[in-house]
Write a protein that binds this ligand. Structure first.
Ligand code: 13P
Length: 404
């Protein structure tokens, strides 16, 4: 296995321009000196943000353990996955724009209520990630909170707690980021818990640029540290952390590059989760699949390589104690996202061994794209949208069992 990993790293390096090789190799090592001052400053911020919770962390954590276990068990149910309905106001605006719908609170509430009320949703969906606005929103008639629709169906409400990938890291001009939201995170988690959330999500964003040898070691290190700190704070406050290190698919790179980078990033993330003493059995991983870049002509093809490499990377990097791995769809078509998940399960079954964790979905676009089109902003189309949503959820569910 180690030999295979080395071979794969060296073949990836051979794709880089010669002068870049040294830069890229630092992805798998500690960054040495670059941007130390900025890093120290951020470290101080993080410590300040978490101080309030850490003093009593042991007692708090102990009191939540049973509940965190129960939440993990729900999110790890076979044949179910999570609906990511936590698009920020800006992101849902882009989705609405594609169907010519105005991005106002009433439309956002209507859309999400429509999804949550779909018949049979509980057969395929174990949890829903919400944006803060939805956590506190009520139904159109004002009689109940939207979260009650979920909990009545035994669907766990979750909450996006990050504030977007807005902190600059790495070299000026490279556009690399760390994720914002550490300030007051412990206090926000307490409020979200009171409002009924039982799990959380924090999305780290890393990008591949072969020419520039990105992601840089600085960006990988910074994001892995933030994910670990976030995960710890969530567990101390009764929320199961979904740890999402997303390597975005932008670019023309091939699937081998994605394999090497995903392996490097996940290795670093688990290194920091362990350093931070995050309980790995009380978290969920939400990774990208190992795919070619969206600008690569193979991006929608070659399912076999995607499935093989994704299985290989996850089996190598993700400890068996992690209860569930729930993929993001990352701009893949609805069909590709379920076909590939299905194939991963088929390949694993053929190998004669079961996956050590639940391997399923936490899709946003790949569960909502057809439904959004069916709705198209005409509320009379709500039931058509629900049917389209459930049809996709059902395919994802079958795929998560290798039965599509
Ligand atoms: P997509 O499935 O649309 O990538 O969204 C999942 C998600 O939650 C991204 O943070």
């Amino acid at each position: 296995m180690i030999l295979r990993a080395r071979l794969c790293v060296s073949s990836f390096l051979s794709n880089y321009p010669k002068e870049k090789k040294e830069d890229y190799s630092t992805l798998f090592e500690h960054p040495k000196t670059r941007r130390k001052a900025r890093e120290r400053e951020r470290e101080r911020e993080r410590e300040k943000a978490t101080k309030a919770t850490t003093s009593s962390s042991l007692i708090v954590t102990m009191s939540f353990v049973e509940e965190l276990k129960a939440t993990c068990a729900k999110l790890s149910q076979k044949g179910k996955g999570v609906l990511a309905a936590d698009e920020s106001t800006g992101t849902i605006g882009k989705r609405f724009q594609s169907i010519d719908v105005e991005n106002v609170e009433e439309n956002r509430r209507f859309w999400r209520e429509t999804l949550f009320e779909a018949k049979d949703v509980e057969k395929y969906i174990s949890g829903v990630i919400l944006f803060e606005e939805t956590l506190y929103a009520t139904t159109e008639d004002g009689t109940q909170r939207l979260t009650e629709i979920l909990t009545k169906n035994d669907i766990v409400p979750g909450i996006k707690v990050d504030k977007g990938a807005t902190i600059q890291v790495g070299k000026d001009g490279d556009g690399e980021t760390d994720t914002n939201g550490m300030d007051g995170l412990g206090d926000r988690c307490k409020e979200y818990y009171k409002a009924g959330a039982r799990f959380a999500k924090w999305r780290a964003v890393l990008k591949i640029d072969v020419e520039k040898a990105l992601p840089s070691a600085d960006a990988v290190e910074a994001n892995a540290k933030s994910l670990a700190r976030y995960a710890k704070i969530c567990q101390e406050n009764g929320l199961v952390p979904i740890v999402e290190p997303e390597i975005v698919p932008d670019g023309g790179h091939d699937v081998e590059v994605s394999r090497t980078v995903t392996k490097g990033v996940l290795t670093k993330v688990f290194e920091h989760l362990k350093k931070e003493n995050v309980s790995l059995e009380l978290m969920v991983l939400k990774p990208n699949m190992v795919t070619p870049g969206s600008g690569n002509e193979e991006s929608e093809k070659d399912d076999l390589k995607v499935a093989e490499y994704t299985n290989e990377v996850l089996l190598e990097c993700v400890p068996e104690t992690v209860p569930a791995i729930l993929f993001l769809s990352g701009g893949q078509s609805e069909d590709a996202a379920s076909r590939r998940l299905n194939l991963m399960h088929k390949l694993q079954k053929e190998s004669g061994k079961a996956f050590p964790w639940t391997l399923s979905y936490s899709y946003g676009r790949a569960l909502q794209a057809s439904a959004l089109k069916a709705w198209s902003g005409d509320n009379g189309n709500a039931s058509k949208a629900q049917e389209a949503f459930i049809e996709k959820a059902k395919s994802c569910s079958l795929a998560s069992l290798g039965e599509l």
